[in-house]
Design a protein around this ligand. Structure first.
Ligand code: TYD
Ligand code: MG
Length: 446
């Protein structure tokens, strides 16, 4: 028995309703509802058997290297059999390139089925030649129907499946267009079942839509095991992939690449890279240390403070949270008495990195103060620490690791939270602990 059920689904968040609505009650988007018909199957379903946790046989950690160290680390040490990895990013950022490059390593597992819904096999071939990927184990499938893909996969029994991209794939069971929320969700779910059943890794490539979320707003994130996301803009040659979610490893781990003629090249020492173009002896620039996953990264924060020509001063934040900047500006205003009210303030994390760790607060404060005072911060100095609303500098995690990384790159002096400083000893770096913003500014500039 089956019957067709009509549903209206929000294309922005996936909210479903039996009646058409002008505004989505869930995400507030206007005119986002699209009719979706689906055949509901109601007949008897199999239920899973409950098992006692302690009686489950431990499975060995079956990870495989993609042959790209930076990609392996982002995945938590290689790709896990039967895992579903979503690779998201802006169009043209390098998703197809990265996955194609990893196929050299992945073909060690066996046959790879590369479903290309966007490019013809000739185009893929051309690119593969450029990337020096050649293997008779890579099978290209220019197909966009889900049912077609599943039947081919069952025929040739691949050991790795790549879907490029999920927005082009559609299921014949649904009436909506490829790329719609229900299509993306349905296709990804069916493909995931296939991957889990045969224990093959599945890579799903998804474009970020203009709202800034993967594949019809984040609808896939909870389905997949791992979400890798490209950061950095297309203008810069650097590409950062970040594990936004990972069921098989630490989240927030990043891999750093440089886009070259012959594809993406791994960057071995990202700290050095991010600091390589740092202007010395210029005000408004400071180095801070951020933990990205398990790796400490030295980054340069730049600030520019100029008198505003308009009634309402501009505040721009690139790579850091806008609200955080406003908060820190308010702290400087209130606790130090810095007159920032009539100033335009721009803050930028160099290299296209996005950082949401409060440990860089003190770096942001230092950069803004340096630009405001037009006073240079000595280039062998770094700083980190979280700032509270009353201007106190709070302790942060992994201070030791951060300081070691700074020392490795030749930094001589660190201004860090006082409570962190107490527990540190024996470094080549001069460590100065500060309790609040006043102390930090005092040490940085006088
Ligand atoms: P691509 O992987 O096609 O992006 P996506 O799949 O995310 O849409 O990357 C395309 C861009 O990368 C394109 O602008 C050209 C550039 N590129 C290189 O610079 N060198 C290369 O070797 C390759 C293959 C691409
Ligand atoms: Mg592509």
């Amino acid at each position: 028995m089956s019957k067709t059920k009509i549903l209206y689904q929000c294309q922005s968040c996936g909210y479903a309703t039996p009646k058409w609505l002008g505004k989505c009650p869930d995400c507030g988007e206007w005119n986002s509802f699209v009719e979706e018909a689906r055949v509901a199957k109601i007949k008897g379903q199999k239920t899973a058997q409950p098992v006692v946790l302690s009686e489950i046989a431990p499975s060995s950690d079956s990870r495989f290297s993609t042959g790209i160290k930076e990609l392996d680390r982002t995945l938590g040490g290689g790709v896990v059999l039967g895992s579903v990895v979503l690779v998201g990013g802006d169009p043209g950022i390098g998703k197809s390139t990265l996955i194609l490059q990893s196929l050299n390593g992945l073909t060690k597992l066996g046959k790879v089925l590369y479903v290309s819904g966007e490019e013809s096999p000739e185009q893929v071939k051309l690119r593969a030649e450029r990337l020096q990927i050649a293997s008779d184990k890579i099978i290209l499938l220019p197909e966009t129907s889900l049912e077609g893909i599943i039947s081919v996969a069952q025929d040739i029994n691949p050991q790795v499946i790549v879907i490029d991209s999920i927005q082009t794939i559609f299921s014949l069971e649904l009436t909506s267009a490829p790329g719609s929320v229900s299509q993306i969700r349905e296709c990804a779910t069916k493909l995931m079942f296939l991957a889990k059943k045969h224990a093959v890794p599945l890579f799903i490539i998804g474009h970020v839509t203009k709202e800034g979320a993967i594949a019809g707003p984040k609808v896939l994130e909870h389905i997949v095991d791992t979400v890798l996301y490209f950061e950095g803009d297309r203008g810069s040659p650097f590409r950062i992939i970040r594990a936004v979610k990972n069921r098989f490893g630490p989240a927030n781990e990043i891999g750093v690449f440089e886009m070259q003629e012959s594809g993406l090249k791994e960057v071995d020492n990202p700290s050095q890279l991010f600091l390589s173009e740092r202007p010395l002896d210029v005000s408004g620039s400071v180095v801070t240390v951020s933990m990205e996953g398990t790796r400490p990264l030295l980054v340069e924060i730049q600030a520019l403070v100029t008198a505003s020509n308009f009634g309402v001063p501009r505040r721009t934040a690139l790579g850091v949270d806008y609200n955080r900047i406003n908060l820190l500006i308010a702290v400087l205003d209130k606790r130090i008495g810095m007159q920032l009210g009539g100033m335009d303030i721009f803050v930028n994390v160099v290299g296209g990195l996005k950082i949401d760790e409060p440990a860089i607060d003190l770096g942001i404060i230092a950069a803004i103060a340096s630009s405001f005072k037009n006073t240079v911060i000595a280039h062998g100095t770094f700083t980190f620490g979280e700032i509270g609303l009353s201007g106190e500098v709070r302790a942060i995690g992994q201070a030791e690791t951060r300081i070691k990384e700074a020392a490795k790159l030749g930094f001589k002096k660190g201004i860090v939270p006082a409570s962190n400083a107490q527990k540190l000893d024996g470094h080549d770096v001069e460590i100065i602990g500060v309790k609040n913003v006043e102390e930090a500014i005092e040490i940085l500039f006088y």
